[in-house]
Design a protein around this ligand. Structure first.
Ligand code: BES
Ligand code: MN
Ligand code: ZN
Length: 504
């Protein structure tokens, strides 16, 4: 979609298919706003408002057809609700509604009049929310639909402003939103792609392509190299599949004095059948999305590189397929991971932690200031938090706080669960350093505690670490606003915002 900003003081001169105006529901404000447009319209707007019972409530909208003096045929009013409850998420949602309305009319070009400023929000905040809301609402994974079954999408969005002071901020918002939305679309596409189309080698090709296009590095290890280095969890989990694994190392050097490295690790299971501990048929198809974390790492590094944020990022992506077969990993097996720690495989369906273990252990090599892993790790997180919040666990409260703030800003919210030592005995093994499943209860925590074994070096010193379990938030069955059903791309905005606010 083409994004543009345009200066206009007269609504009649705006040329598009549909002009959008945001309206507050507070009685006084509502009347003021309506009066402002009334003077332009010859037809009786009061009759339309009464007929459509429009009062500016959040989620409501109303259409006014203009006369020949206007260059745009329709004005839509979009309700924002009570001014005191408004934040940037209100604008994301209201803008998505505006765009979805335009889709109903099969329109190409929507213009949105930049709203009045809200306390606590800069013009840039508001503009970003509007761009994101519109662009993200237009995503649909329809590559495999016949052309006539595909949804019509908006081709152009123009944000109209009437104060030249806002120009710079609106333009920055436009450029950033474009980059972020491209990243999210990449993550959503990779996640939605069926496992027959997206296996480790293909994912690695996407990584290579992105790195080349946006000037960062991608190194791809094949199975032989993975074996030689000793990422044995990755070798073990991949052993039942005809698709060999890959280990992808991404490097973006944005901070030239190289003060510190931040490592991002993403779970890349291109299909999780459960392996020999086979999943039931019910929701197995969903498991094509088990590489969401990997997609987020790739899309985030791509976005940070394009925004040229001065930070040094390393992305580690262990990626493979978890399949049952004669050569598959077996319950009872013991894996010696990179770095030397061992794990007992009690259940081959708890495979994510087995490949993450190697990557976490390998991360020490970069002497990281911080390591963040992101993974569709447990069904248990859905029981705990449902589909609206990502679980966050870690060993550093300051970084957790910063990620939480980025979560509020982007509305990709996170909620902390504890890593108390008492839970450790649930994953104690008699035959290895740790067991890959826990006794009943607290599945999100025991999974994270499994990972925690691999964040300390030979002397027992841990690096700063954050774990994000996105099993509940990466895929949305019932879409709404700017996240339609399927992959959400959750994590891309969260992490990019974290880097943007704390490192630029
Ligand atoms: N990929 C799944 C987790 C998952 C479940 C993601 C539902 C998205 C939706 C993971 O590999 C898995 O199978 N976890 C098991 C762990 C169990 C065997 C300890 C689970 O959560 O059931
Ligand atoms: Mn599994
Ligand atoms: Zn999995």
């Amino acid at each position: 979609m083409q994004l543009s900003i345009s200066f206009f003081s007269n609504i009649k001169e705006i040329k598009s298919d549909l002009i959008t105006l945001f309206v507050f529901s507070n009685k006084h404000l509502f009347e003021n706003q309506i009066n402002k447009i009334k003077k332009f319209l010859s037809n009786n707007i009061d009759r339309v408002l009464r007929l459509e019972k429009f009062n500016g409530e959040f989620e409501s909208s109303c259409f006014i057809y203009t006369d020949k003096n206007f260059k745009s045929p329709i004005i839509q009013l979009i309700g924002l609700g009570d001014q005191k409850n408004i934040n940037n998420e209100t604008f994301r949602k209201a803008s998505a509604i505006a765009a979805l309305n335009a889709n109903k009319f099969k329109l190409n070009h929507i213009s949105i009049i930049f709203p009045e400023l809200i306390k606590g929000l800069t013009p840039k905040h508001i503009a970003k929310a509007i761009f994101e809301g519109v662009v993200l609402s237009q995503y649909k994974f329809d590559k495999f639909l016949s052309p006539n079954q595909r949804k019509t999408r908006l081709k152009k969005l123009t944000l109209i402003y009437d104060s030249l002071k806002q120009r710079e901020e609106l333009n920055e918002a436009k450029l950033e939103s474009k980059i972020i939305c491209d990243g999210i679309f990449l993550a959503r596409d990779l996640t939605n792609m069926p496992a027959s189309e997206l296996y480790p080698k293909i994912f690695a090709n996407y990584a290579k392509k992105s790195a080349k296009e946006y000037n960062y590095k991608a190194q791809i290890w094949n199975k032989e190299k993975i074996k030689k280095i000793g990422l044995n969890g990755l070798i073990a989990v991949s052993s039942g599949s005809k698709h060999p694994p890959r280990f992808i190392i991404l490097k973006y050097d944005g901070e030239k004095s190289h003060k510190s490295n931040i490592v991002l690790i993403g779970k890349g299971i291109t299909f999780d059948s459960g392996g020999l501990s086979l999943k039931s048929a019910d929701n197995m198809a969903e498991m094509k999305m088990d590489m969401s974390g990997a997609a987020v790492v790739l899309a985030t590094i791509q976005s940070v590189a394009r925004m040229k944020i001065p930070v040094n990022l390393i992305g580690l992506i262990p990626i493979c397929e978890n399949m049952p077969s004669g050569s598959a990993l077996k319950p009872g097996d013991i894996i010696k991971h990179y770095g030397g720690k061992t794990s007992e495989v009690a259940n081959t369906d708890a495979e994510g932690r087995l490949i993450l273990a190697d990557a976490l252990a390998y991360a020490h090599k970069f002497k990281p200031e911080l390591v963040i892993d992101i993974a569709t790790l447990t069904g248990a997180v859905i029981s705990a938090l449902g589909h609206h919040v990502t679980a966050i666990l870690g060993n550093d409260q300051e970084y957790i706080k910063k990620i939480k703030q980025a979560g509020e800003q982007t509305y990709e919210r996170v909620w902390e669960l504890p890593l108390y030592d008492e839970y450790k005995k649930q994953i104690k093994s008699e035959v290895a350093d740790v067991k890959n499943i826990g006794t009943r209860g607290a599945g999100v925590i025991t999974a994270a505690l499994f990972l925690k074994n691999f964040i300390s070096d030979k002397n027992g010193k841990e690096y700063k670490w954050i774990h994000l379990d996105i099993a509940g938030t990466a895929i949305i069955n019932e879409g709404s606003y700017y996240i339609q059903s399927g992959a959400s791309g959750v994590g891309v905005r969260l992490l990019t915002e974290f880097f943007k606010t704390n490192y630029s």
